[in-house]
Design a protein around this ligand. Structure first.
Ligand code: GLU
Length: 470
């Protein structure tokens, strides 16, 4: 049975790399019917940011990454919180000391600061001195004793890795305040929580040999490792909180849909075998396979994310889109008798963000100043002359329409075009231009008639005739 955990440290906002780790960790478990756990690694109180834990909960909830188990919190289960599990870690650290895999270090801050890197000074303290120091409450940390030799392991993405232990330092396992470092708590908890697959960013690849040595020293079975490729910005630099790169919340604030973000993030390092690019979390869970993970860095591509967002709006039902667009439409359209739901259905496939809507519908309330050349369209074969003729011809027809419905207007206009024996565009482009008063509109002439109503449509056609006649 696969068991995975997402183990964030609450040190800041949930940036894209964190969210991708959470998503892949979830998928590794869920694609095999396994268990997904959330563990907050908060033993380093100095690095903690106040509301970071709440942001983690909120983000996972919005993203739909629901964790499966945890300690009982008032009848329900909450996530595992390392700072509430302190006694577990001390016990294992003492065991390591007893077995010769770790040691007490009494070096002062001043001594450590005078060194480039720790010189393993306390490895060789006599047991008498250690006992005396402990008795006198001299502050200490517990350090891992890195043995000579090589550490080998296999990562499911990066393959076989072998490291000379000389490159590893005698890292601190328990700090002077009695709390474990996250490097140590991480190993102990992965064992206690029976995590079978460790999924995390490749920045932890270099720490993994130290973890492996701890697993061995503690006689813990070694889990499978799945390290995820770096995500780099479009400039080729590593994405990071420090560099101010996008957090999940920033993207939401910019107008991206949570599902679109998750969908896009799923593609940062994973190639589905069927080349599909749009899928929801359930579909992702079905197609996800560790073999599809790439080890080369993934590039965060804003244009691609925008495309995904656009696809999500297109895919959305008209009712759901109206829930999102109604307010901004109502705020931006004051002309009476406008069917906002209808406008909503017309702009749905044209938006990347909801905030694009005002500039798509501004022509409904306002007309824009335009010049005659707006009627010239090469592909439609229109020029100022034939546009004027078309509009002059159709004006009385429009004026005579009584049943102002989409079907009737459509049929009337198209049968009239037939009688003129002209190309559709030669009539439709001038109409579209006259009605929208802009070079682009979210819909064609027939829909524009419906949007604007009869009086306003006639007014705008007359204005165009006037302009083209002078
Ligand atoms: N606590 C680490 C972090 O915040 C994660 C370590 C891991 O996943 O093993 O990135």
């Amino acid at each position: 049975m696969i068991r995975t955990r997402f183990a964030p440290s609450p040190t800041g906002y949930m940036h894209i790399g964190n969210l991708r780790s959470a998503l892949y960790t979830y998928l590794v478990a869920k694609s095999e019917g396994g268990t997904f756990i959330l563990r907050i690694e908060d033993t380093d109180k100095n690095r903690q940011v106040d509301d970071a834990t709440d942001i983690i909960y909120k983000t996972l909830e919005i993203a739909g990454l629901t964790y499966d188990e945890g300690p009982n919190v008032g009848g329900d289960f909450g996530p595992y919180i390392q700072s509430e599990r302190k006694s577990n870690y001390i016990k294992y650290a003492k065991q390591l000391v007893d077995d010769g895999f770790a040691y007490y270090c009494f070096c002062t801050k001043e001594r450590l600061e005078s060194l480039d890197s720790y010189d393993n000074h306390c490895r060789s303290l006599s047991s008498d001195l250690i006992e005396e120091n402990l008795k006198n409450n001299v502050p200490y940390v517990i350090r891992q004793l890195i043995p000579d030799g090589y550490t080998n392991f296999k990562d499911q993405v990066y393959g076989k890795i072998s490291v000379d232990n000389k490159e590893l330092d005698d890292q601190v396992l328990i700090k002077a305040d009695g709390f474990p470092t996250y490097n140590f708590a991480n190993v102990v908890d992965d064992h206690l929580m029976e995590i079978s697959h460790i999924v995390r960013g490749s920045e932890y690849l270099s720490s993994t040999p130290k973890y492996i040595l701890l697993y061995k020293a503690l006689n813990f079975p070694i889990p499978a490792f799945i390290h995820l490729p770096l995500i780099q910005g479009e400039d080729g630099q590593k994405l990071s909180k420090r560099r101010g790169d996008a957090s999940f919340q920033d993207l939401i604030d910019q107008g991206y849909l949570p599902d679109a973000i998750i969908n896009y993030i799923a593609l940062l390092g994973f190639s589905p075998s069927n080349n599909k690019e749009i899928f929801n979390l359930n579909e992702l869970t079905e197609i996800f396979n560790v073999k599809g993970l790439n080890k080369s860095p993934a590039t965060f591509d804003t244009k691609k994310l925008m495309w995904v967002n656009t696809e999500y709006f297109k895919k959305m039902s008209e009712d759901d889109f109206f829930l999102l667009s109604e307010k901004i439409l109502a705020d931006n359209i004051k002309r009476p008798n406008i069917d906002l739901k209808y406008v909503s259905s017309l702009v749905k496939s044209r938006v990347t963000f909801i905030k694009d809507i005002p500039s798509l519908v501004d022509f409904i309330d306002n007309t824009f100043h335009y010049e005659k050349d707006l009627f010239v369209h090469k592909k439609m074969k229109t020029n100022e002359e034939n546009s004027l003729t078309s509009l002059q011809n159709i004006l009385p027809i429009i004026e005579s329409i009584e049943d102002w419905s989409l079907d009737n207007i459509h049929d009337t206009v198209f049968s009239f075009i037939k009688t003129l024996e002209i190309k559709n565009g030669v009539m439709l482009w001038p109409l579209r231009t006259a009605l929208s008063t802009k070079p682009t509109s979210p819909c064609g002439a027939i829909d524009l008639f419906i949007l604007l109503g009869k009086n306003e449509s006639i007014k705008r056609i007359k204005h165009a005739i006037n302009l083209l006649s002078n």
